[in-house]
Design a protein around this ligand. Structure first.
Ligand code: ZN
Length: 92
């Protein structure tokens, strides 16, 4: 059995840099069943819940946790912290 690809969801707030992950992936997989597989990273934007709009909004900048529409400060993160495997492609 050979793993062909791993699909990863990576949030902008996960603390992991996509380029660094891609760079180290190949080395980390050497000598494991993952050797030769591809790493496909889907970057997840940061969204917050705005109580004033009663809606989920995408943040314009992760420096400012405010609703981009009405400028209400909101600390309630809905997504953007993901670091999870979404799918595996397996051959065999
Ligand atoms: Zn708002």
């Amino acid at each position: 059995m050979q793993v062909r690809a791993i699909h990863l969801k990576l949030g902008r707030l996960s603390g992991v840099v996509k380029e660094a992950l891609l760079f180290s992936y190949e080395v980390a997989c050497e000598g494991t069943p993952l050797q030769g597989s591809r790493l496909c990273i889907e970057e997840i934007p940061v969204t917050v819940y705005c109580p004033a709009c009663d809606a989920e909004r995408a943040l314009a900048s992760i420096q400012h946790f405010r609703c981009p529409i009405c400028d209400t400060p909101t600390p309630q993160i809905m997504q953007g912290k993901e670091l999870e495997v979404a799918a595996l492609e397996i051959e065999g």
